[in-house]
Write a protein that binds this ligand. Sequence first.
Ligand SMILES: O=C[C@H](O)[C@H](O)[C@H](O)COP(=O)(O)O
Length: 223
Amino acid sequence: MTQDELKQATARAAINYIAPRLEDDSIVGVGTGSTANFFIDYLAEIKGTFDGTVASSEASAERLKSHGIPVYELNAVDSIQFYVDGADEANPALELIKGGGAALTREKIVAACAEEFICIADESKWVKVLGEFPLPVEVIPMARSLVARELVKLGGDPVYRQGVITDNGNAILDVYNLSIENPTSFEETINNITGVVTNGIFAKRSANILLLGTSTGVKTITV
Ligand SMILES: O=C[C@H](O)[C@H](O)[C@H](O)COP(=O)(O)O
């Protein structure tokens, strides 16, 4: 199977998981990226069986709206039943690296509001230790060099993602050569650097379920 077929299979599995659990007033949080895009397209097939969505990026909001799926501001909803999103890496504790598409901050905010976080990913994202994928860090633009120097002190090699401005008007540093043995404390350490908006480690709010698309089928992984 191609990587796209694996992404489609995991997105379809997420629909199969949430569809019987949705109620008329349910809100679905929707992530960003190529896997989330497949999920959005399949979500259109069951629109009308739930209230609406909250999107983690302008791109996902546009895609949802193009399907006629209602999109609400996060501040307008009381709760989010499911948050469904892809990942750049996932470990056996269902801690993640996210932000390859620069949407990490809004993704982390929507995930923090969700009762259940369902991660959808193909098997190339499965790792024992996070950090092979360069860790995205969203920074306030004027603090970019300051934050980069601090990240070097932590053992990483930060690279400015040229030409990318996040939906929040900020810059992204991708940090190479990290081996993240303790994701929870490392997430906090990086977030404590002045000028950092957030980083792409999702350990404080890890996934509840990982639907991993593999060549032998979609595996449901929980901790
Ligand atoms: O900022 C982007 C998100 O964190 C994505 O969920 C992540 O990069 C995975 O994207 P994809 O499904 O395209 O591999």
